[in-house]
Design a protein. Structure first.
Length: 104
């Protein structure tokens, strides 16, 4: 995966650089092969990751059960799989369009 996201069938795979204890929940800009995602939750016992899953579920129009944390539950470096997202934030849609576009 050369970018922070890719489709695997109907599942979106996201590499995330998380920022816990932020001033607001937000999806930021990509940083290399990771997407910056900030959450207000504190990084204690996986609470920030749990909060991030709930935040992303709302942003992608899926249920919490549709998001799997592949790795990084207790780390700022995470990979998540989002099954059949119904909405794509602009930064993700743009990255997927670049991947799908044929090279000129």
């Amino acid at each position: 995966m050369g970018t922070f996201c890719a489709m695997d069938g109907d599942t979106l795979v996201l590499n995330i650089l998380g920022t816990p204890n932020a001033s607001k929940d937000a999806i930021g800009k990509p940083l290399g092969a990771q997407l910056r995602v900030s959450v207000t939750a504190v990084p204690v016992a996986g609470r920030a990751t749990d909060h991030m899953v709930r935040f992303l579920a709302a942003k992608f129009g899926v249920g919490v059960q549709d998001i799997t944390v592949v790795f990084g539950r207790f780390s700022i470096h995470k990979q998540m799989r989002i099954r059949a997202p119904k909405r794509l934030p602009a930064v993700v849609a743009k990255a997927l369009a670049k991947v799908a576009a044929p090279a000129a």
